[in-house]
Design a protein around this ligand. Structure first.
Ligand code: GLA
Length: 723
């Protein structure tokens, strides 16, 4: 027998892409191909069978010169002679970590099975799911790769189910959601990195030998690294180049790595971080990894982003909100911080209503005795003295002004100075031997305990039932330390981070099922948990606590590399900006906020009449083009990226183009901005000048960029699509 012989080839195809998996005579599962769709039944066996032998590698299964380590594998296990990074590590009762997974069977079903307990994408259009069972005959471990093809979206998803079919317990030490071996190293690694207030900046570095990547050990996906990774060929820009990318639908500790091996191959892996992770699998029990979304694009970052945007709107966001136009909001945080009373709130709301704003959000400080961040988290009872009456009465009064009413909560946290903590000190994450660490003067509730989950469900449910609330801002303002749960056995403490997430998803799932009409915007000190896991429950996320328009350009470009622009909460705030002190013109602040999901977060009562008129115009225009701005196809336009930013939104009958020049320069000859992705033969009419242009003209000749005489100047064009 030639162990490298490909006995079966399975082609998983979408409209434009193909993932081909081979079963070798040895029983191992290989990745034969991932890329542009090939003619039907293209024989890919030679990819494996023709591979010349590499030296100094172990033989596999006693067959000389059969070297698993040099093959592109689908889900490498620790225990085989492949000494690269494994996708799965398990230890059984004997203490042995050796497993050798062999293909057992494949099932093909229409649609997609549910992923209990975890957020997952749902079916739209033609979807097929392939399940590949791999078995280790010694331990009785069964690993199922569940791969779905979203044919119309050119998107693949995978989740891995690990089952103990033995009669003794197993311990799972690692199970990645995805492991892809690409037979090339000609890639740049692209990730989204940052910190609080400067999230999701795009980072791009050339791959080098060894392990490189990103991770989180913070108990949340985090401000520092987003659970997204891409490998782009070096020539890749917004319009060209090949990109392999993956985005984990998960909000906790994750890892995403690219490992370049000794033979110039790249292994791309994404999953739960194996750091402080272990999972006890009793006989008969299963564990499912979070789902990962992955794709291949061959026309640059815009194509990649557009595929994710469309897919997430149709297949990830709660269905009732996915395509629902989002209200323009006013949030009182930067207007008042903790310092407000009923009169101030109503005056702000009245002014907002007069300007055409649609939703009033009451931020932190409305409950307990909270006039700063030192107390009351956990005591979700309105401070009626501060609100000048009940919360319900305030909501009614605000709604009487023609606004919807929204409320801030931070359910996962507790202040040491709170009734909840005094009653239940054992509900916080802590080993009770070390003093638990504080951040922002608060502790993290142990959401792995069902009693805590039940309490949160009851409390939030009650808040939403007893008050007329249209919107919730669900905040989370610190990361997890003291990861120890009093609800778990000693040998299960390695499960606490993941169980926290399962608890959170259970709470969010229950609340959103009971109150499907409440729009939830999640937040974690801004974008500290901006991930696909949260988007499955909360169709908006506050992108960053930095509201400066220039900082936002970078944050939003990175965030929108994957996540639909309408999911990005984005507010016009005051100048000088509260985070960086920068002065930026109101028109540009508006244009940048409209790149995402428009809101206002400033004291409207201190504005000049001219400023109020300008905001009123912004709001009116936004409403007129809301569908295009919120759901139109978003494209980054090619400009001199050292000093300019430009993007367009296309759809619902209009094309909207925004251009921003960062620093004004003297004596320049204005250049043209070429639009991308229009229909060459279509006519487009500038709604301001009434002039008509063909798509070909706009794409090949372009629009005139004005010479700017101030920094951060913006220019906008709106075209009506004619015929
Ligand atoms: C976090 C949020 C802010 C605001 C404050 C309130 O920092 O990101 O928008 O809600 O909490 O404490």
């Amino acid at each position: 027998m030639n162990p490298k012989q490909v006995l079966q080839q399975y082609d998983l195809r979408t409209t434009n892409c193909q993932l081909s998996i081979g079963v070798l005579a040895s029983g191992h599962l290989c990745l034969l191909y991932f890329g542009r769709k090939l003619p039907v039944q293209t024989d890919l066996r030679s990819v494996i069978e023709d591979l010349p032998k590499a030296s100094y590698l172990a033989d596999t299964d006693g067959i000389s010169d059969f070297r698993l380590e040099q093959l592109p594998l689908m889900y490498p296990a620790f225990g085989t002679p492949d000494l690269r990074a494994p996708a799965i590590r398990v230890r059984d009762d004997s203490g042995s970590p050796i497993i050798n997974l062999k293909f057992n069977e494949k099932r093909l079903v229409a649609g997609k099975p549910a992923l209990p307990g975890l957020p997952a994408t749902h079916v739209a259009g033609e979807v097929k799911t392939w399940e590949f069972d791999l078995v280790d005959s010694v331990t009785g471990l069964t690993v199922t790769l569940v791969i779905s093809t979203f044919v119309d979206y050119d998107i693949f998803t995978q989740s891995v189910r690990v089952k103990n079919t033995a009669t003794t317990p197993l311990r799972l030490d690692e199970a990645q959601s995805l492991s892809l071996d690409l037979l090339s190293v000609r890639f740049d690694l692209v990730t989204l990195n940052g910190a609080w207030s400067r999230e999701n900046h795009i980072q791009r570095t050339q791959l080098r030998p060894g392990v490189q990547g990103i991770d989180s050990k913070r108990g949340a996906s985090g401000h520092g690294q987003n659970p997204f990774v891409a490998l782009a060929t070096p020539d890749t820009d917004w319009q060209h180049g090949e990109i392999y990318s993956a985005n984990l639908i998960y909000s906790g500790n994750f890892v995403a790595t690219a490992t370049v091996d000794m033979h110039q191959n790249t292994r791309l892996q994404v999953g739960i971080n194996p750091f402080e992770f272990e999972w006890k699998l009793s006989p008969g029990q299963s564990f499912s990894t979070p789902e990962v979304v992955f794709s291949y694009a061959d026309k640059g970052f815009n194509q990649m982003s557009q595929r994710y945007h469309r897919f997430y709107l149709d297949c990830l966001l709660p269905k009732q909100f996915a395509k629902q136009s989002r209200p323009i909001l006013i949030n009182n945080w930067e207007a008042t911080y903790f310092d407000f009373n009923r009169q101030k709130l109503l005056a702000l709301a009245k002014q907002a209503s007069e300007l055409g704003i649609e939703l009033f959000v009451l931020d932190d400080g409305w409950f307990g005795k909270r006039d700063d961040d030192s107390s009351s988290l956990g005591d979700w009872v309105a401070n009626e003295t501060k609100l000048g009456g009940s919360l319900s009465a305030l909501a009614t009064d605000i709604q009487a002004l023609g606004l919807q009413f929204g409320l801030w909560v931070e359910p996962e946290m507790v202040s040491p100075n709170s009734d909840l903590y005094r009653q239940h000190p054992d509900w916080v994450m802590s080993d009770s031997r070390h003093r638990p660490q504080l951040a922002r003067r608060q502790y993290v509730l142990d959401l792995s305990q069902s009693v805590v989950q039940d309490y949160l469900i009851k409390t939030i449910d009650q808040l939403l039932t007893e008050n007329s609330i249209d919107y919730l801002k669900w905040d989370m303002n610190r990361n997890i330390t003291d990861a120890y749960s009093h609800g778990l056995a000693v040998d299960q403490q390695g499960e606490v981070y993941h169980r926290y997430l399962l608890g959170l998803y259970h709470v969010l799932g229950t609340i959103t099922t009971r109150h499907p009409q409440v729009l939830i915007e999640s937040c974690a000190g801004g974008g500290g948990r901006f991930d696909a896991g949260m988007l499955a429950y909360t169709p908006q996320i506050w992108t960053s606590d930095d509201t400066d328009a220039y900082e936002r350009l970078q944050i939003q470009r990175g965030t929108a590399l994957i996540y639909p622009p309408v999911t990005m909460g984005s507010h016009v705030s005051a100048v000088p900006n509260h985070q960086v002190g920068r002065m930026i013109d109101l028109a540009t602040r508006g244009a940048v906020a409209e790149q995402g999901n428009l809101g206002y977060e400033l004291d409207l009562l201190t504005l000049t009449t001219t400023e109020k008129q300008q905001i009123q115009r912004q709001v009116t225009t936004y409403k007129a083009y809301r569908e295009t701005l919120q759901f139109g196809r978003y494209t980054v336009l090619p400009v001199d990226e050292a000093n300019e930013w430009a993007w367009s939104k296309v759809g619902y009958g209009f094309v909207i183009v925004d251009h921003i020049t960062i620093l004004a320069r003297p004596n320049t000859v204005p250049k043209r901005l070429k639009v991308v992705g229009l229909t060459p033969t279509k006519q487009y009419q500038d709604v301001r000048t009434q002039r008509c242009y063909s798509g070909a003209f706009l794409m090949s000749v372009g629009l005139v960029i004005d010479r700017q005489n101030c920094d951060f100047a913006s220019q906008r064009w709106i075209f009506k699509e004619l015929h």
